[in-house]
Write a protein that binds this ligand. Structure first.
Ligand code: PLP
Length: 319
């Protein structure tokens, strides 16, 4: 439980309070976007969300939101799994998300989080006969992993929640407790990230990122049937690799392949492209960022910031 705020603390306003959020049909100050503690989503995790990045390009004086339509599509699919009906269309969602970002007037990188949540105040765990609402938060944001350093990962002792238990392909709020177990175990053991296995022992993904492995010049990633979130960044990286003529193969990956492969990297909206330099105390390749990881990450970072005209379709300029 948090302690009582001191007079000094309550006098200095939290800068987050001044952000503009979309909340239940209106654009409001974040400090006014409040729900009851009896909200179903708060009590049972019955909500879905997306994480979207927006990149500031100072030379072009433009903020670019990345893959907004793809995230709008995925959140609608996740909401469908949660039996939410009468959702805004993909176009309406794209408009609400971009308008929320626009109203904040950011001139720096930002993170955007839309969420459909079960808004009925009710006790009783279920999905049906409950109302839902939408919020969109937008906040300034930077890298949260040191990309140049490379990350050290450990195989998690926690399994990815299987499709027949809690579908990983849905970005479901309650499901993120699974990732929280994995991430805390990894960090408290001195690693940067967790590598999570499927219930049958194949490498699935990171705690909130998809997995790529390079073996003998071929880029490998697990299939969507290996309990992964069907990542927007994963798809973009497969496209970038094809454009660069790097051979790719989508197939299940054994844990021991991670110990003998040439390169490993994680991708996702949050981690972007994060090369892995160590798995379970074994160096990956030479123990430093490999050439394919470097090529792909350089292309990715140039594309997301609006510096590669051929990938402008990834971006929505916020005007
Ligand atoms: C569990 C999980 N896997 C993978 C990803 C990567 O997905 P995306 O590239 O769509 O952000 C995320 C989110 O970032 C995630 O939470």
């Amino acid at each position: 439980m948090s302690s009582q705020p001191s007079a000094a603390a309550s006098a200095s306003a939290n800068p987050l309070d001044e952000l503009i959020a979309y909340f239940e049909g209106d654009y409001v100050a974040l400090k006014d976007a409040k729900v009851s503690i009896m909200t179903h989503a708060f009590m049972y995790g019955t909500a879905t969300f997306e994480g979207i990045r927006a990149y500031w390009n100072a030379e072009q004086n433009t903020l670019y939101a990345l893959f907004v339509r793809e995230h709008a599509r995925r959140i609608r699919s996740s909401a469908k799994m949660l039996m939410m009906e009468n959702l805004p269309s993909e176009d309406e969602l794209v408009d609400i998300i971009t308008e929320t970002v626009r109203r904040n007037g950011f001139r720096q990188d930002a993170y955007v989080r839309p969420s459909f949540y079960k808004s009925t105040r009710a006790i009783g765990v279920r999905l049906h006969h409950l109302d839902h609402e939408l919020y969109v938060i937008a906040t300034p944001f930077g890298n949260y992993i040191d990309i140049e350093k490379g990350v050290r990962v450990m195989s998690s002792s926690w399994r990815r929640n299987a499709d027949e238990a809690l579908p990983a392909r849905g970005k479901l709020v309650g499901g993120y407790v699974n990732m929280a177990f994995q991430k805390s175990e990894a960090e408290l053991n001195g690693f940067d990230e967790a590598l999570v296995m499927t219930p049958s022992g194949h490498a699935s993904e990171g705690s909130a990122a998809n997995l790529f492995v390079v073996r003998d010049g071929v880029l490998l990633t697990p299939p969507v049937s290996d309990d992964i979130l069907e990542g927007v960044t994963r798809k973009a990286i497969l496209g970038l690799a094809a454009d660069l003529g790097i051979p790719t193969e989508v197939r299940s990956i054994d844990r021991s392949e991670l110990y003998i492969c040439d390169e490993v990297f994680l991708v996702g909206t949050g981690v972007q492209v994060s090369p892995v330099i160590e798995v379970d105390h074994r160096p990956v390749g030479e123990g430093k960022i490999g050439p394919i990881s470097r090529r792909l990450s350089e292309r990715y970072f140039a594309a997301v910031r609006g510096n590669l005209p051929e990938y402008k379709s990834w971006l929505t300029a916020i005007k």
